[in-house]
Write a protein that binds this ligand. Structure first.
Ligand SMILES: C[S@@+](CC[C@H](N)C(=O)[O-])C[C@H]1O[C@@H](n2cnc3c(N)ncnc32)[C@H](O)[C@@H]1O
Length: 191
């Protein structure tokens, strides 16, 4: 599988000058929109965790679960974070009980995955009322068109479609930010 192949050099690639600059900017937004005190002692789910970039930003969570379709990615994630619980599954069927999660992250995934309606339905099941959902998508711009030309196969979604679909599950958009190749949206349910 492509992501298992990518897992072998994913972290190394991201350490290159340009990609590490992009990642640093994106990670700064996570800590701006979700300061560590909001995340403290929370039950966190990272959907499409890859090698565990999001878990590396968390300070003192109660529990962090990373799910990913790629076993290779999860092996890396686990070796990067010993305390991370990992589940090897497709995000269209998240094997967790109803309402057990406080904060869900889904970062850098939506552009590789077209069925966002099923994903949002699954997330709304596992997230508790009043929970937070941090979601990113790739906006239509020149760098993202270039990624497509370079073979990344980026799916573009309309932000208003995302917002409408999540509103149907009781989510409201509370914060938003944009970086070079990514738009970050923070939703809260039940306000
Ligand atoms: C670009 S990486 C992002 C990794 C991580 N969230 C980050 O920000 O560094 C996308 C990840 O989504 C995972 N993924 C893609 N489609 C998936 C699916 N249907 N179910 C579970 N994971 C999926 C891939 O295996 C990959 O690890």
């Amino acid at each position: 599988m492509l992501w298992d192949f990518k897992a072998k050099f994913y972290d190394k690639g991201r350490n290159s000058f340009f990609l590490s600059w992009i990642l640093r900017k994106e990670n700064e937004v996570v800590t701006q929109l979700l300061p560590s005190n909001i995340l403290e002692e929370r039950r966190i789910l990272d959907v499409g965790t890859g090698t565990g970039n999001i878990p590396s930003l968390l300070i003192n969570p109660q529990i962090t679960i990373g799910i990913d379709i790629s076993y290779g990615m999860l092996q890396r994630a686990k070796s990067n974070h010993r305390n991370l619980f990992v589940i090897n599954c497709n995000i269209v069927k998240i094997p967790l009980a109803i309402g057990v999660i406080d904060v869900v992250f889904c970062v850098g995934v939506l552009e590789y995955f077209s069925d966002f309606k099923t994903l949002f339905s699954e997330i709304s099941q596992v997230l508790q009322n009043d929970g937070l959902f941090y979601l990113t998508y790739s906006q239509k711009n020149l760098p993202n068109f270039l990624r497509n030309i370079l073979g990344e196969k980026i799916h573009f979604v309309q932000e208003n479609e995302i917002i409408q679909e999540l509103q149907s599950y009781g989510f409201q958009l509370v914060k938003k930010n944009k970086t070079f190749i990514q738009t970050q949206l923070l939703f809260r349910r039940g306000i």
